[in-house]
Design a protein around this ligand. Structure first.
Ligand SMILES: *Cc1c(COP(=O)(O)O)cnc(C)c1O
Length: 291
């Protein structure tokens, strides 16, 4: 995995490794940005897989990094991992509802994401998993099971032996939280109505516009854009590294109604959301930042 992964991913991998009786310091291989750089290089990920792949069980990376906003080429990483016999999975918490994803086509083994960010289900909204169909229907797959993964027709017979639903639903443990699902359903209906392609088109235009408007601040060295410059390597978000008085500037932005967020160290994340942000919102946010 990557050194700058979201903390939950690091904790999950560390604890899984310990659960399997290994030492994370030895068993977890991490890719880091090169000295003096902030982004991962795709070639460094591929190189690590090429060098160590034979002893790697699982390649697990954030498809869109929460801190830098960098998008990885998930298809290429999946191919490289599979060529060495590794399973390949992605954390898509920041990618779902933000960039187009073709997990089936890319042959990703699994992915997981929360729905409370770009997918608008609200804080604590349900999470989701993608499981490649090649794993479905395998009764011997190592998996922790609960009653909500059991065949729906027979679930309430309360039988002692688990009969998996032949879909990713087999990974569900407990019954679903209905109130947060209701907000997620409302959001998904809007996504379905508009379509990811149109949303992505507007998203690229909004974010490019924001980058254009803050260019003068970058030229003056007051902020540094750490997110990749090309639209195909980023989603909606721009991560702005603020060398001085970052937190104060973040608080000022919030005071004037620009809802952004602060990530230690020194980063303001601005993410115009194509579902409800306008070009005027972006213009106002850039003016506020300038001020
Ligand atoms: C927000 C986030 C998470 C946390 O998701 P939870 O559903 O709160 O556990 C995990 N990974 C990434 C990359 C995130 O941005």
């Amino acid at each position: 995995m990557e050194t700058n992964a979201f903390p939950s991913d690091l904790y999950a991998c560390d604890s899984q490794i310990r659960f399997h009786g290994y030492d994370p310091d030895e068993a977890l291989l991490k890719v880091a940005p090169r000295e003096g750089e902030r982004l991962l290089r795709q070639e460094d990920i591929l190189q690590l897989i090429a060098d160590e792949g034979e002893q790697i069980a699982l390649v697990m990376l954030g498809g869109l990094n929460y801190y830098t906003g960098q998008v990885l080429d998930m298809q290429e990483i999946t191919q490289a991992g599979h060529a060495k016999g590794c399973l390949v999975g992605f954390d898509l918490a920041h990618a779902a509802g933000n960039i187009p994803l073709s997990l089936h086509e890319w042959d990703v083994d699994f992915a997981t994401w929360c729905t409370y960010k770009y997918m608008c289900s609200g804080p604590g909204g349900p999470s989701a998993v993608y499981i490649n169909q090649r794993f479905l229907g395998d009764p011997d797959i190592p998996r922790f099971e609960g009653w909500w993964g059991h065949d729906k027709g027979e679930r309430f017979l309360m039988e002692p032996h688990f009969k998996a639903i032949p879909s990713a639903e087999a990974w569900q443990l407990s019954n679903a939280p209905i109130l947060p699902l209701a907000t997620l359903k409302a959001s998904l209906e809007i996504f379905g109505e508009v379509g990811m392609q149109k949303l992505r088109e507007k998203s690229v235009a909004l974010t490019d516009y924001l980058a254009h408007l803050i260019q003068p601040l970058m030229d003056k060295g007051e902020i540094e854009l750490i997110t990749p410059k090309h639209a195909d390597q980023r989603g909606a978000q721009l991560s702005l590294f603020i060398p001085e008085r970052g937190k104060e500037r973040f608080q000022k932005l919030m005071e004037v109604g620009v809802i952004c967020d602060w990530r230690e160290p020194n980063v303001i994340r601005l993410a115009p959301s194509p579902l409800y942000n306008t070009f005027e919102d972006v213009w106002e946010a850039a003016n506020a930042l300038q001020a």
